[in-house]
Design a binder for this molecule. Structure first.
Ligand code: FES
Length: 85
């Protein structure tokens, strides 16, 4: 496999230079980023870091996918929202 990829829950996600993790996931057709604290589906929403709907775990740290640039080799995964609260 060539090009730029990061790992999303075990799948290789391609991205373009400068894209955020949220943009790359959306481009790959991945809209469900986890479940929120009441069990509803968490999705990319505001795109400016305000709603916290897009929280993901990036190399173990919780980050907003809409503000975090994709970098080759990152490990990105869903966040258990109960862990975050
Ligand atoms: S989509 Fe709202 S904080 Fe990322």
């Amino acid at each position: 496999m060539t090009g730029r990829f990061f790992d999303w829950n075990g799948s290789a996600i391609p991205f373009r230079e400068g894209e955020t993790i949220a943009a790359a996931l959306t481009g790959a057709g991945i809209l469900h980023l986890g479940d929120d604290s009441v069990g509803s589906e968490a999705r990319y929403f505001c795109g400016i870091g305000a709603c916290q709907n897009c929280l993901v775990r990036v190399n173990g740290a919780i980050r907003e996918a809409c503000l975090t640039r994709a970098v080759a080799g990152l490990s990105v995964a869903c966040v258990e929202r109960r862990d975050h609260d």
